[in-house]
Design a protein around this ligand. Structure first.
Ligand code: PMP
Length: 391
C-alpha cells in the first residue's frame, strides 16, 4: 500500500549510516549472565543495579498481590484504580525520600510528562541542562513555558540563564541527578545555591541515582545532604528498584496538584497490583540491605580504575555507568558487536541518543557481577580494544 513508502527510504538511510538496530531479544531474566540466541553472555548493560529484578521478596510480593487483587488495576487512578497498595507505596516513598508526599506514575518517562507538562505554564521559564534525559525534554515540549538550555553542569551558564530570566512568573531549574550516558553526577549543591539566590524551583530527575546514591540509595538530594532544599525529586522504579514505574516526591500540595492536572495520571491506567506491591517491597529491601549498594560501588570503582589503567577513555564517569568513548557511530557499533562475539553484551550508543560523533559503548556494573565476571569483561575489552587500536 502506498503512503508510507518514505519509511523504507529512511530505514535504508539509517542502514547506510550504520545506525540501524533493532532491540536484542533475550531468553532469560536480567541477571549478570543472560541468554541470547542460545548462548550465555555477560550482561553489562542493565539498569538492574542491585539485582532486585530477581529478588525473592519482590517476587513473592508480586505473586501475593496478583492472587489478592488480580493482574490489572482496572482503571485510571482517579476512578477505581487507586488500590491500598498504591497508597502504601506512596507513603513509603515519601518516607524514604524524606518528603511530605510522593505520587506514583506508570513509568519514569510518564512522570516527566506529568510533572513538567503540568507545572510549567505560559509565563514561566524552565532552565535545563543540555544533557538532560529525553523524557525531560519531551515533558518541557508539552508546555508553553519559555525554555533555556545551560551548558552541561556549567554553573556560569546556569547563572547567566537565571539572571536573564527575571521577567518570568516561576523559574524552574531541571537536572538529571546522574547523567545516563556519561555516568557523571550533577553539581546539585551549587545548583541549589544558585536557585535559592534567584528564587527558582529545583527539580532533579534521579532515575539513575535512585537506589544508587545517598544513604540506602535515597538519591542525590540525600547524597549531598540537601533535604528541604530541592522542590521536586523525580525517580524511577524501573532501574535500581528493579520493577517499573516512576514517582515525583515533594510537598503535599505538589502531589494534590498533580493528581488534579497531570494527564498521564488522569488518563492512563494505574500500575498493576503486582508492580505496585513489588515496588513497595523493593523500597523496604533497599533499607534492609545496605550491603547491596556497598558492593555496587566497590565493584564499579575497582572496574573503572582497572579500565583507566588499561588506557580506556571512560570519560567523566563517577558512578556504575561507564562509557568507553569511541566516536564514530559505525565503529562504535562494530566494537560492541565484537564484544558480543567475545561473550560480553555492552551496547553501542550512538546518535541521536548521544551527540553526533560521541558514540560510546556503555558498561553498567551491577551488584550482581562477581569479581570473576568483571575480570572476564576486562579481558574481552582488552582484546577488542587492541584490535580496534583503542589501547
Ligand atoms: N529519566 C531519566 C534521567 C532516565 O534515564 C530514564 C530512563 N532511561 C527515565 C527518566 C525514564 O524512566 P523509565 O524507564 O522508568 O520510563
Amino acid at each position: 500500500m502506498a503512503g508510507l513508502d518514505f519509511l523504507n527510504g529512511e530505514l535504508e538511510e539509517l542502514k547506510r549510516q550504520g545506525k540501524y538496530r533493532l532491540p536484542s531479544v533475550w531468553e532469560s531474566g536480567s541477571g549478570a549472565w543472560m541468554d541470547i540466541g542460545g548462548r550465555r553472555v555477560l550482561q553489562m548493560a542493565s539498569n538492574n543495579y542491585l539485582g532486585l529484578t530477581d529478588h525473592p521478596r519482590l517476587k513473592r510480593a508480586a505473586v501475593e498481590a496478583t492472587e489478592k487483587y488480580g493482574v490489572g488495576a482496572g482503571s485510571v487512578r482517579t476512578i477505581s484504580g487507586t488500590l491500598d497498595i498504591h497508597e502504601q507505596l506512596e507513603l513509603e516513598l515519601a518516607r524514604f525520600k524524606d518528603t511530605e508526599a510522593a505520587l506514583v506514575f506508570q513509568s519514569g518517562f510518564t512522570t516527566n510528562q506529568g510533572v513538567f507538562g503540568t507545572l510549567l505554564q505560559e509565563g514561566d521559564v524552565v532552565i535545563s541542562d543540555e544533557l538532560n534525559h529525553a523524557s525531560i525534554i519531551d515533558g518541557i515540549r508539552l508546555t508553553k513555558a519559555a525554555r533555556r538550555i545551560y551548558k552541561h553542569k556549567d554553573m556560569d551558564s546556569l547563572e547567566q540563564a537565571l539572571r536573564e530570566s527575571s521577567g518570568y512568573r516561576t523559574r524552574f531549574v531541571v537536572t538529571d541527578g546522574v547523567f545516563s550516558m556519561d555516568g557523571d553526577i550533577a553539581p546539585l549543591p551549587q545548583i541549589v545555591e544558585l536557585a535559592e539566590r534567584y528564587d527558582a524551583v529545583v527539580c532533579v530527575d534521579d532515575a539513575h541515582a535512585s537506589g544508587v546514591l545517598g544513604r540506602f540509595g535515597k538519591g542525590s538530594t540525600d547524597h549531598f545532604g540537601l533535604h528541604g532544599r530541592v522542590h521536586i525529586q523525580i525517580g524511577t522504579l524501573s532501574k535500581a528498584v528493579g520493577v517499573v514505574g516512576g514517582y515525583a516526591a515533594g510537598s503535599q500540595a505538589l502531589k494534590e496538584y498533580l493528581i488534579h492536572k497531570a494527564r498521564p495520571f488522569l488518563f492512563s491506567t494505574s500500575q498493576t497490583p503486582a508492580v505496585a506491591a513489588a515496588c513497595l517491597e523493593a523500597i523496604r529491601v533497599l533499607q534492609d540491605s545496605p550491603e547491596l549498594g556497598e558492593r555496587l560501588h566497590a565493584s564499579a570503582s575497582s572496574f573503572r580504575t582497572r579500565l583507566q589503567a588499561d588506557g580506556f577513555d571512560t570519560g567523566v564517569s563517577e558512578t556504575p555507568i561507564m562509557p568507553i568513548v569511541i566516536g564514530d557511530s559505525a565503529r562504535t557499533m562494530r566494537f560492541s558487536a565484537r564484544l558480543l562475539e567475545l561473550g560480553v553484551f555492552a551496547p553501542g550508543i550512538v546518535y541521536p541518543t548521544v551527540g553526533e560523533g560521541k558514540g560510546r559503548v556503555r558498561f553498567i556494573v551491577t551488584a550482581m557481577h562477581s569479581d570473576e565476571d568483571l575480570a572476564f569483561a576486562r579481558d574481552a575489552l582488552l582484546q577488542a580494544g587492541r584490535e580496534f587500536g583503542l589501547v
